[in-house]
Design a protein around this ligand. Structure first.
Ligand SMILES: [Zn+2]
Length: 545
């Protein structure tokens, strides 16, 4: 799901070890409702494999130790792994070599006493080895409700005589208790929340902040107090919907927040990302959670920062916002099967806020889904990507499940409707030169644009444009800002205002990178006299080599 490769992380780790950092040292802060997470890694490998039982599976020498293999398909059931703590969740991850077409499928079961067991449940693959610094395959979290024992079984599917080679299995058990949260109302399904304002778009949103859901900010920092994943800012051009592939039957708001804290720990600590991978999450009660940490630290920090890069969709993380629905949409007890209900409403609220503040168009004028080509962070183009997409449209995954995929048309319409409080006057770029979408350093790039006719009650009074430019080396997750940003260490988009007569601009990139030109209309309300930006910016991206 995440973009950077393992090699990028090793390079970054080396830079950190050398004391090279783009940001000053930031002190971790203690959150007010800190989740008391405990966790333990239960490792099965080498000799301890011998205490499991295999059918068609043998153990043999492999680079760096031994591995399990199957000549013609087989299954392996592990010994019982015992934890020293009671735990609420288990995340299975494994080190393996899996030939193409072959497959390793995991299931697990849990027990409180080691004799009475839960049914086997699928441990579904969520991250590939190159998607985390750890280098393991990671399955999504399985709920275990106070268990102390876990057992797994692996099914080996061979391809043309080539077997998967399983070197190590780790069951990371996490205890994320549903601690008492001081609820904002008598309703036990509503979390405290606070209002967030986006000055640029004039939009507000009520969100449960990281402090309010109990994020332990220390999980973002190393033992030596270094922030593990510095915040970077790339304006979102796409909204991408996920599910978390965790349980659906959390009973109340306290349990829902405990689910979010478990996911945060699993991403930040177990997978060594240093934070949760989503920009925001939504639970079945309609609570909307702030995800990835944004600008500033501690008291006075910014909530739900616009454009902060998170890790939710490999290749697409730079320039998209990922929102995750809490639970598993592939299961029969999935709560959101139609375009209504509290989870749906919260998803739409976030979609309107996010599309609104990034001037994203969900629908074309003719009502079809708006789309554009997207330049991935590895400089590969995706043609005709919908502005509101599901994760599986971008990468090979079941996320967010067919039930949610079937609702994305309705989501586009609902976000479109929600943007009706401002003029829809969009701007369209015309006569972009040079043609195509890739060019060379030193080439002048020129844009002309035209605004749609403002609706009644609004007058076009000007434009604002921004030539967003940044560079990401292939071997590093950090970007260098090149143009279109303010000069702060944690910069924002810098917009230039021009009059309504100005309808062209040109600039000449002097450095290689990704450059996106944004231009939006500024309109005055004829009744109130207040100025507001039009709902949709014109936008065009060049890869400059
Ligand atoms: Zn996903």
């Amino acid at each position: 799901m995440y973009h950077p490769t393992r090699r990028e992380f090793l390079v970054r780790s080396a830079l950190l070890a050398a004391g090279v950092s783009t940001l000053p040292l930031l002190r971790p802060t203690t959150s007010t409702a800190q989740g008391a997470i405990r966790a333990e890694d239960l490792v099965d490998a080498g000799e301890s494999f011998g205490r499991g039982t295999g059918r068609g599976v043998t153990q043999g020498a492999a680079p760096g130790g031994t591995a399990l293999r199957a000549a013609r398909g087989g299954a392996f059931t592990s010994r019982v792994l015992q934890s020293s703590i009671g735990f609420t969740h288990v995340g299975l991850h494994w080190s393996a070599a899996v030939p193409s077409q072959a497959e390793l499928v995991f299931e697990l079961r849990t027990s409180q006493d080691g004799s009475s067991w839960s049914p086997w449940s699928a441990a579904r693959l969520q991250r590939l080895p190159e998607e985390t610094q750890v280098g393991d395959y990671f399955a999504s979290l399985v709920y275990a409700g106070g268990a102390r024992f876990v057992q797994y079984r692996a099914t080996f599917q061979t391809a043309g005589g080539a077997s998967p080679s399983l070197r190590r299995v780790t069951a990371t058990v996490i205890d994320s208790p549903a601690t008492t949260i001081s609820l904002s109302s008598a309703a036990t399904d509503q979390l405290p929340a606070q209002s967030v304002s986006d000055a640029d778009s004039g939009r507000d949103l009520t969100v449960t902040s990281r402090e309010q859901w109990g994020a332990n900010e220390k999980q973002r920092f190393s033992r030596r107090n270094k922030e593990l994943w510095a915040e970077m800012f790339v304006p979102a051009k796409k909204l991408i919907v996920h599910h978390t592939a965790t349980r659906n039957d959390y009973a109340d708001a306290a349990e829902a927040a405990a689910e979010v804290r478990a996911i945060y720990y699993y991403h930040a600590v177990t997978q060594r990302w240093g934070d949760i991978g989503y920009a925001a999450l939504v639970d079945r009660f309609g609570n909307l959670y702030e995800g990835r940490h944004g600008r500033g630290e501690g008291t006075g920090r910014e909530y739900l920062s616009a454009g902060v890069v998170a890790g939710h969709d490999t290749g697409y993380n730079y320039g998209s916002a990922g929102v995750a629905l809490l639970g598993d949409a592939t299961q029969g007890n999935w709560p959101m099967t139609a375009d209504n209900g509290p989870m749906w409403d919260a998803l739409v609220r976030f979609g309107v806020f996010e599309a609104g503040r990034h001037y994203l168009r969900p629908l074309n004028a003719d009502g079809t889904a708006a789309s554009s080509s997207f330049l991935r962070s590895d400089n590969v183009w995706t043609a005709s990507m919908r502005n509101v997409s599901g994760h599986k449209e971008t990468n090979s995954t079941a996320c967010p499940g067919e039930t949610v995929m079937a609702l994305l048309d309705e989501l586009q319409s609902a976000v479109h409707s929600g943007l009706a409080d401002t003029s829809r006057t969009g701007v369209t770029l015309t006569n972009v030169r040079p043609g195509g979408r890739e060019t060379r350093v030193g080439t002048t790039i020129a844009y002309e644009w035209v605004a749609e006719q403002p609706e009644g009650g609004w007058t076009l009074v000007g434009y604002e444009y921004c030539a967003e430019g940044w560079y990401k080396p292939a071997n590093n997750i950090n970007i260098t800002y090149l143009s279109g940003y303010t000069s702060e260490a944690q910069p924002r988009q810098a917009w230039t205002r021009v009059g309504a007569q100005t309808t062209s601009r040109s600039f000449t990139p002097t450095k290689a990178g990704q450059y996106t030109f944004h231009v939006r209309a500024v309109l005055r309300n004829d009744t109130t006299g207040t100025e507001r930006r039009g709902a949709y910016a014109g936008r065009h991206t060049y890869l400059v080599k």
